[in-house]
Design a binder for this molecule. Structure first.
Ligand SMILES: Cc1cc2nc3c(=O)[nH]c(=O)nc-3n(C[C@H](O)[C@H](O)[C@H](O)COP(=O)(O)OP(=O)(O)OC[C@H]3O[C@@H](n4cnc5c(N)ncnc54)[C@H](O)[C@@H]3O)c2cc1C
Length: 309
């Protein structure tokens, strides 16, 4: 079986920065496994500005940032189109790629698999399954990567900064959201985001408002919401369900490493409850900036390098 000293699962900002720094520190037997056909992680489909290498000068759009990251990582052993299906505590992994199923083993495995938004199912929203309901990540991929316009007048659920980022994606695709809806009395993002949404985008924010159901036949036609006991139907043709991020835990959900919520429990040196397994970046359960995840990756590389001295 193919064996490597270090295998990093996930080629986003955290995984790539980690691989790069390990290489710089002299550790060359490092492989990055990435399920997408291109490395770069979430920034690949965030078409707005706000990204910077190592969190400096955050003037790049996500796709430009991802290109820059890939350029920095050129020459490293990055295997795209390769999904890790499972791994064991002995360090063996089962992989899927275009050439089928294969196995690999590693002395150290590093989880850099990022986060994802909570699904509609996890949020217990009523109504039938309809096209036009998606999270921010899917919406961005449709708009920025596939150049599609999945709806014209959606409602946006959530008030985190990622929820407001949907306004930029909507503007890019000439989509006019009806409103933002949040269950909370106060926005999760700073309150000026709400003012900006109204003044710059003409999109009102409804607070203390719960999405009860999504209605329609084949496509979304309306949502039913409840504000302080008062029910209302809002016409729309799509729903963006945003935020409430949770770690991408499919690989360890069976519980063989200890977790907090769905994130791996780690020490300050990013080591999980098993000594040969580490975790870094957004998989740790916080939605950090891409540059902050890079810095975590670099920090972990320095710590691993000391173990080889
Ligand atoms: C809508 C949105 C807007 C954002 N805007 C900004 C911004 O303006 N500025 C900023 O700095 N940050 C922004 N961020 C945050 C930034 O994108 C993240 O902090 C960063 O991408 C996290 O890096 P990561 O490497 O931890 O995870 P990710 O970028 O999520 O990368 C994880 C990688 O792991 C891969 N993977 C997962 N499971 C497997 C598996 N089983 N096998 C193989 N590969 C796997 C995934 O395909 C992915 O490429 C934004 C995030 C979102 C969602």
């Amino acid at each position: 079986m193919e064996h490597h000293e270090i295998v990093i699962i996930g080629g986003g900002p955290a995984g790539l920065a980690l691989a790069l720094e390990l290489h710089t520190l002299g550790l060359k037997d490092v492989v990055v496994l990435e399920r997408e056909l291109e490395a770069g992680g979430v920034p690949r489909h965030c078409g707005h500005f706000g990204f910077g290498i190592d969190n400096k000068n955050r003037f790049l759009t996500g796709p430009k940032f991802a290109i820059k990251l890939r350029e920095l990582a050129e020459g490293l052993d990055i295997r795209t189109g390769t999904t890790v299906l499972e791994f064991t505590l002995r360090g063996t992994m089962r992989l899927h790629s275009a050439s089928g199923i294969s196995e690999m083993s590693a002395t150290r495995i590093i989880l850099a698999t990022g986060t994802r938004e909570s699904s509609r199912a996890a949020r217990l929203i009523g109504g039938n399954r309809l096209s036009g309901v998606m999270n921010t990540g899917t919406f961005q991929q449709l708009v920025y990567i596939k150049h599609q316009k999945p709806f014209s007048n959606p409602v946006i659920i959530g008030s985190e900064w990622v929820s407001f980022s949907n306004l930029l994606t909507c503007r890019h695709a000439k989509i006019k959201p009806v409103c933002l809806i949040t269950e909370n009395a106060n926005l999760d993002a700073p309150s000026y985001f709400g003012i900006g949404a109204r003044l710059a985008f003409g999109v009102p924010t409804k607070r203390s408002t719960k999405l009860v159901s999504i209605n329609g036949h084949e496509k979304v036609e309306s949502v039913e919401v409840e504000t302080n006991g008062h029910r209302e139907t809002i016409a729309c043709d799509g729903v963006i369900i945003s935020g409430k991020f949770r770690s991408e835990n499919a690989l360890y959900s069976s519980g063989f490493i200890e977790q907090i919520n769905t994130a791996p429990l780690t020490t300050e040196s990013y080591r999980s409850s098993k000594p040969n397994i580490y975790a870094v970046g957004n998989v740790l359960g916080h939605l950090e900036t891409a540059g902050a995840c890079m810095l975590q990756g670099r920090k972990l590389a320095a710590m691993i390098a000391t173990e080889f001295k």
